[in-house]
Design a protein around this ligand. Structure first.
Ligand code: CA
Length: 318
């Protein structure tokens, strides 16, 4: 009996160790090793993946699983000099983590299928953000243009203003352009109209794009943003979001209504802001990882051993 018991205890110890390793592996630790495979900007094209620079405190940056999967997260873009950052904030405004990028100017945000996309103002690109690693997948890469500050998505197309209004499908394929009276520093779609934030005139303008490529302004719907420093624009299904960009001073992230009245505001954590949106990062991949497969295999092995030990003990008692 004691032989079986020793095997059972030994296998239980191995099981606990494997389970602990699997739990740590799935705890959302950021995979900074991916940075060594970074594609440089000049090499990149649509479909490539770019990695963040390493902030000084990279080793201490981790996402708590409960925060990562069970709460809405505010994504905030900011810049300072040649640096850009993407912050992940809790809804109380506290910082979960941030990713830093050298020689980037990350501007307006959009959310498509719970994935975050960002416009780049140092290159004519739209990048999809991996919120686990900070990696950026190149989606739009249109070198017939120079830069993008604003980004909107109407359910089918991205809209980006540069002289004209350019639109692209979800894969980054261009679907033409329309004559447009810009500029726009932020763009959003509210289900009915296309909205742009014009910082020079301190106004959020409304556009009917249903007759694309004919764009018709709806001036009676225009209204002022919460402050003249606001830049990006995002619509959460009910309200707009923006962030202030003020040199040497922290601005605010605003959630606001069609009449510019502020619903809620958060002090920005650092740098000069641009845009803010909200996502609930998806649950982990349902396909088990290698360590999880090991844990499952050990569980399957332990069941007959446990049954054998139980029967042996019963026989000894008899
Ligand atoms: Ca936007």
């Amino acid at each position: 009996m004691f032989g079986w018991l020793r095997i059972f205890v030994g296998m239980t110890v191995v099981f606990v160790i494997l389970a602990q390793q699997a739990r740590q592996a799935g705890a959302g630790a950021l995979d900074w090793t991916a940075c060594s495979d970074a594609v440089t900007d000049s090499d990149a094209s649509a479909g490539d993946r770019l990695s963040p620079s390493l902030p000084d405190n990279a080793a201490s940056l981790t996402l708590a699983p409960s925060t990562r999967y069970d709460e809405d997260i505010i994504v905030y873009t900011a810049h300072q000099g040649w640096l850009s950052r993407i912050y992940l904030l809790r809804t109380d405004g506290s910082v979960i983590t941030f990713f830093e990028y050298e020689f980037y100017y990350l501007a307006d945000l959009e959310v498509v299928n719970n994935e975050v996309y960002v416009a780049e103002a140092f290159a004519p690109r739209v990048l999809q953000v991996d919120l686990d690693t900070g990696d950026l997948d190149v989606v739009v890469d249109d070198w017939s243009l120079y830069y993008f500050y604003d980004l909107a998505f109407d359910g089918t197309y991205f809209y980006l203003n540069e002289w004209d209004l350019n639109r692209y499908d979800i894969n980054g394929t261009k679907d033409g352009m329309a004559s447009f009276d810009g500029p726009a520093r932020g763009g959003a779609w509210d289900g009915a109209y296309y909205w742009t934030l014009n910082d020079e005139e301190n106004v959020i303008k409304c556009w009917d794009i249903s007759q694309w490529p004919t764009i018709t302004e709806v001036p009676e719907n225009a209204f002022a943003p919460p402050s003249p420093h606001c830049r990006g624009l995002w619509f959460d299904g009910q309200h707009f979001w923006t962030a202030e960009s003020i040199e040497d001073t922290l601005g605010y992230i605003y959630q606001f209504d069609y009449d510019w009245s502020v619903i809620k505001q958060w002090l920005e954590p650092a740098f000069q802001g641009w845009s803010a949106c909200v996502v609930r990062p998806s649950m982990p991949d349902p396909v088990p990882t290698l360590s999880q497969w090991g844990m499952i295999a050990m569980t399957v092995l332990l069941i007959p051993v446990g049954v054998a030990v139980f029967r042996r003990m019963k026989r000894c008692e008899a």
